[in-house]
Design a protein around this ligand. Structure first.
Ligand code: C2E
Ligand code: MG
Ligand code: MG
Length: 558
């Protein structure tokens, strides 16, 4: 018999508690365990076992637990043990008589750490005991890290470990789901209600989730306001109906908890990846009112794959000039001629073909790559302004789109200026479009960045006005030159034949001394309405679609 104890340091005698009703079995176990250098405590049923645990939990390394015993059986023992936090540090190995999957799962749910089969095989038993003791001892060094103090759930790291542990222990095709919860806008709740109240909220929420998710096997706090639970897969998803009650009464009505679920977890993937997927699912519904649970499914997986392809090929794409810049003319209603253009990027991908900006810009925004793309487009624009000059074409301004991240880049204005100078471009011809994503938060930093651009002589256009969350309050704080009215407003006005909203947008722009450009006018009727309302310019299919460079130059020439 080789080194059962090899991994343990032998200097201190460890105590094992054997809970077993059969006296002969107890005697055999005692003999084996003592020969392996353990102290042995014996109990002949669960009740006695709990009594001994109460006295000795601080120096008991492990409980070896029989399932079927009179008076208080193994299940009851586990239940009561689990109810007492002090006993958490003592692991339990359950001895089951036959390979009973049902018993094993029940025990796992109740907190058992491992199983051995009766009759005892000494080698296997000692290995499992030593492994479990070893694991627990190394874990106890970081014991404080095991539990999240606030909620009593596992810490993130230990949740992953615990789930791994369950997967390796339950060796059949039992299926499991992971449920992650997330509080919408937790940060702002923190600000509004204070840290203390929000801590209590997290605690209450964790407790309610434990109550609502039936027989959850493990629960962990994955990050600030994100919890994860491992449950046995339920085809009927019955627990979903319970979720309505979870946030009732917590923090008034302002609490909104959403859930992401990964069903039938692929055990070959890491637990953290499965949790990530649940979180991806929940992120997808964060802004969707009335939908509180999302399942990670094939559609999301496809999206992720596509996103991965985009991420993997974007660097090379820039090098290989796969990003083509198109120019969509803007038509001045007052002068009745082309007065400018917007640069719009397209990706001609060797495998994916033509990729629409709506598909890759958000990915680039998440990865930070958008800054490099935008500067690339900016350079193409400078180049084009220069070419028009050299070709003797009418001089028009050209705008390019800039995202939030551009404005967070400290020397963005300087980089734009360097490009303009490289091509000897009249700076007032270069417009920077502030896309909708850019003006949602951190107005201070944004205002700084816009000021800088204007000090350098560039113009700033507010893109997509009226499309979403653009706050009117921030409008007069932003240093701007042009307001671009979003296509959706024009479309709606045209359909309802009611231009009052367009009218007030134009009036507001005039009040703020901004030029107006209406996006997406497609018909003569729309153009005439806009002209009558005093709109300055139009960028829309009525005049032209986005054009390649050559087409644009021809368009300007006529
Ligand atoms: P955007 O800046 O609001 O651009 C206007 C969009 O409206 C363009 O779509 C344009 O083709 C489309 N459009 C213009 N007139 C009409 C019309 O009459 N009817 C219809 N149905 N559509 C019209 P596109 O080119 O697909 O661009 C979509 C968005 O992608 C842009 O919206 C912009 O936010 C973003 N984007 C494009 N290029 C860049 C870029 O270089 N950098 C960044 N950060 N974003 C970009
Ligand atoms: Mg734009
Ligand atoms: Mg726009």
């Amino acid at each position: 018999m080789a080194h059962h104890g090899g991994r343990l340091t032998k200097n201190a005698k460890r105590t094992l508690l054997v809970v077993e009703d059969n006296a002969i079995n107890r005697e055999i176990l005692r003999a084996i365990l003592e020969s392996e250098g353990f102290n042995v405590l014996e109990a002949e049923n669960g009740l006695e076992g709990l009594k001994l645990l109460e006295e000795h939990y601080e120096d008991t390394s492990l409980v070896l637990l029989d399932v079927y015993m009179p008076i208080c059986d193994g299940f009851e023992f586990l239940k009561q043990k689990r109810a007492d936090k002090r006993f958490d540090s003592v692991p339990v190995i359950v001895a089951t008589a036959s390979e009973s999957r049902h018993d094993e799962i029940t025990c796992l749910k109740l907190g058992a750490n491992d199983f051995i089969l009766k009759p005892y095989n000494v080698d296997i038993m000692m290995n499992r005991i030593n492994n479990t003791v070893h694991l627990r001892e190394s874990a106890s060094i970081v014991n404080q890290l095991t539990w999240d103090k606030l909620t009593g759930l596992y810490s993130c790291e230990f949740f992953y470990r615990r789930v791994d542990n369950v997967f390796t222990t339950i060796n059949d095709d039992t299926m499991f789901d992971i449920v992650c919860s997330d509080i919408v806008n937790f940060k702002s709740l923190n600000e509004r209600y204070g840290r203390k109240n929000c801590d209590r909220l997290l605690k209450d929420l964790a407790r309610r989730l434990c109550d609502v998710l039936p027989g959850y096997i493990a629960g962990g706090r994955i990050s600030g306001d994100t919890f994860a639970f491992l449950i046995e897969h339920q085809r009927n998803r019955a627990w979903v109906r319970q979720l309505d009650n979870v946030s009732k009464g917590l923090m008034g009505t302002s609490l909104n908890v959403k859930f992401g679920v990964v069903e039938c977890i692929d055990r070959s993937l890491s637990v953290s990846l499965s949790c990530d997927r649940a979180i991806i699912a929940v992120d997808g519904i964060k802004r969707t009112f009335g939908v509180d649970v999302a399942w990670y499914d094939d559609k999301i997986r496809q999206q992720q794959l596509a996103e991965q392809i985009i991420m993997e090929s974007m660097e090379l794409a820039l090098e290989k000039h796969q990003f083509a810049v198109y120019f969509q003319p803007k038509h001045s209603l007052r002068l009745n001629r082309t007065c400018g253009a917007e640069a719009l990027v397209r990706w001609i991908h060797p495998d994916l073909g033509y990729v629409h900006p709506n598909e890759f810009i958000p990915v680039f925004e998440r990865s930070g790559f958008v800054v490099r793309l935008d500067l690339y487009v900016c350079e193409e624009v400078c180049h084009e302004i220069r070419r028009c000059q050299e070709l003797g074409l009418p001089s028009v301004s050209i705008s390019f789109n800039a995202s939030q991240l551009d404005f967070d880049t400290p020397d963005f204005a300087d980089q734009v200026a360097a490009l303009a100078d490289k091509y000897g471009v009249d700076r007032s011809l270069l417009h920077v479009e502030l896309t909708e994503t850019a003006y949602s938060d951190n107005p201070k930093r944004l205002i700084e960045a816009l000021k800088e651009l204007r000090e350098h002589g560039f113009k700033v256009d507010l893109d997509d006005f009226g499309s979403g969350y653009s706050s009117l309050a921030s409008l007069n704080m932003l240093p701007l030159d042009v307001m671009k009215i979003d296509m959706s407003i024009i479309r709606q006005a045209s359909q309802l034949n009611d231009y009052r909203i367009v009218h007030s947008a134009i009036q507001m722009a005039q009040f703020l001394d901004l030029e107006t450009v209406a996006e997406g006018a497609e018909t003569l009727g729309e153009v005439e309405e806009l002209k009558a309302l005093g709109c300055d310019a139009i960028q829309g299919y009525y005049y032209s679609k986005p054009l390649t460079r050559d087409e644009f130059e021809k368009y300007l020439a006529t």
